[in-house]
Design a protein around this ligand. Structure first.
Ligand code: SF4
Length: 532
């Protein structure tokens, strides 16, 4: 508690009280590791969070390769969400791939005054004339919400006018408290207007959806390669590298695998209610975690041949990486790490770091909810506030024609009791006592905690990476993997270990001295006299 108090003591009492609830020293508190999360950042604090539009467009919708996504707003929102997440996609024969493009209505002051719907219609017409897309997404930004453009009416008009699919997402940046609201809005529209429309024939009974996998640095491709080797068919991936057609067929799988719980749990639950497909929380980051995940999936399907094939593939993949893992473990054992990322990776990467002998001493999330930290058992105790109530929560009913069960209700209930399906245990249970769990870490706290804990490496995002490096601590981005990847499954673990070892054994950052530490960088005069 001393470390937390030292970081927070500079705040006034109101801010101190607020931020204290977002910081937990694991196992050393009177609150059973309870943490405050998914609430507003205090105005004035420099948070690392992004906006609702970033969560909707940047995270969930952005990776869909053939959806023509128009950002309706001033150019800045689109420009700064263009090509930053490294979600990759391959263009197959006859498919479109718009991922390299950035489309915006580029609203100007006069559009804000007189309304932007006309310009949006004009943009859709241009898109149809030039690119002939089969699906257009419209994402709204803050000013559009404030002036009240009816993007849903424009979407309906476009469907009628051009005979295409056009879906509007009211994901104005100010909604909710972080990117998380945008994930929810994207999930709602995809279940409403996309999932369930496909009629692809799925012959393989070992069929899965891969949810919350955005193919950053090729993670989705590597996961798919591994699953296919064992004998699974990946019906759809939400949403890394997927086409709209893939997503339309998600209702045909026999199990949904949830990698990023935070961004996609809404779809996972709604697919189960509507189509009968249960979901399983998985983790393909880390060697031990991948083995456990593969065995859990095989257990769900319960087929002896599939179980044997799973073990055979695990042995072969392990053999391929054993020598490298040994080498990198020798290099990294005993090092310490801090991780501050979005809403799931701070948990996933602790598993891989553990494989390499690296101890995680601090972990936190930008936009997680309490259940991501503490497990889904806390869901009934989470109080809804006005910000959460503003985000539409939709309910779905079973689809009589498309509802199907792979296992009997009895077997499903048994697996639920074993917590194999429909459950996420959260991050804190995998953290050791005395380590720190922090929600919505800000710039000031990042600097102070890094000074106090002195980790060998800080895994974070673009906004905080350079703060760490300038203070002499190696930092790698876990949102976009800098320029590397894949980091998942067996082979990816070696890529990750190589990148971390390279960074740690190239200690350039420890030689950096901030300029203000050697000479004053501000100049000024007071009453005509130089003061610094
Ligand atoms: S907060 Fe609003 S203005 Fe800023 S990027 Fe998000 S949508 Fe655009």
């Amino acid at each position: 508690m001393k470390t937390i108090h030292k970081v927070l003591e500079k705040y006034d009492s109101k801010v101190y009280k607020n931020r204290k609830e977002h910081m937990v020293e694991v196992g050393n508190n009177d609150n059973n590791n309870e943490i405050a999360a998914n609430v507003r950042t205090i105005p004035g604090i420099i948070t690392q969070r992004g906006c609702c539009y970033a969560g909707c467009k940047g995270v969930v919708l952005g990776p869909i390769k053939d959806a023509f996504l128009i950002t309706h707003g001033p150019i800045g929102c689109a420009f700064y969400s263009w090509g930053t997440r490294r979600h990759k996609a391959r263009k197959e024969e006859g498919e479109d791939n718009y991922l390299q493009y950035c489309f915006s209505t580029d609203l100007q002051e006069s559009d804000i005054v007189f309304g932007g719907e006309k310009k949006l219609k004009q943009s859709i017409q241009e898109a149809v004339d030039l690119f002939h897309p089969s699906t257009i997404f419209i994402c709204s930004t803050c000013p559009v919400g404030l002036i009240g453009d009816d993007i849903h009416a424009v979407a309906k008009w476009a469907e009628k006018e051009y005979g295409i699919k056009c879906i509007a997402f009211s994901c104005e940046g100010y909604k909710g408290v972080s990117q998380s609201a945008g994930h929810h809005i994207a999930n709602n529209q995809l279940i409403r207007y996309v999932i369930g429309e496909g009629d692809r024939e799925i012959k393989n009974k070992f069929s899965v959806n891969l949810l919350g996998e955005y193919n950053i640095g090729g993670d989705g491709w590597e996961t798919e390669r591994l699953l296919k080797r064992i004998g699974y068919e990946v019906v759809s991936t939400f949403t890394g590298g997927s086409s709209i057609e893939d997503l339309k067929n998600a209702h045909k799988a026999n199990l949904s695998l949830v990698q990023c719980h935070r961004s996609i749990n809404y779809i996972a639950e709604m697919i189960e209610t509507k189509y009968g497909i249960p979901w399983m929380k998985v983790n393909f980051i880390g060697v031990d975690a991948t083995m456990k995940t593969l065995r859990d999936i095989a257990k769900y399907f319960g087929d002896p041949e599939l179980i044997a094939r799973t073990e055979a593939v695990i042995s072969e993949e392990l053999l391929q990486i054993a020598e490298y893992m040994e080498y990198y473990r020798g290099k990294l054992k005993g090092k310490t790490a801090a991780i501050y990322v979005g809403g799931s990776r701070a948990h996933h990467y602790q598993a891989l770091l553990k494989d390499l002998g690296v101890h995680t001493i601090l972990a936190g999330y930008e936009f997680a909810h309490r259940e991501d930290y503490e497990g889904r058992e806390v869901l009934p105790f989470i109080k809804m506030d006005a910000d959460n109530k503003n985000i539409e929560s939709i309910t779905v009913e079973p689809d009589i024609e498309k509802y199907h069960l792979y296992l009997s209700e009895e077997d499903l209930n048994r697996l639920r009791e074993e917590k194999l399906i429909d459950y996420y245990e959260g991050m804190v249970k995998d953290m050791e006592n005395g380590t720190f769990m922090v929600d919505d870490l800000n710039h000031y706290e990042t600097e102070e905690l890094l000074k106090a804990l002195k980790p060998d490496i800080f895994f974070s995002g673009i906004k905080d990476k350079f703060v760490a490096q300038k203070s002499g601590i190696l930092s790698r981005q876990l949102h976009s993997y800098d320029y590397s990847g894949p980091y998942c499954c067996f082979r990816g673990a070696i890529n990750f270990a190589r990148d971390v070892a390279m960074g740690i054994y190239t200690p350039a950052w420890s030689y950096v001295k901030a300029p203000w530490k050697t000479a004053p960088i501000l100049e000024g005069t007071l009453g005509g006299e130089a003061v610094c």
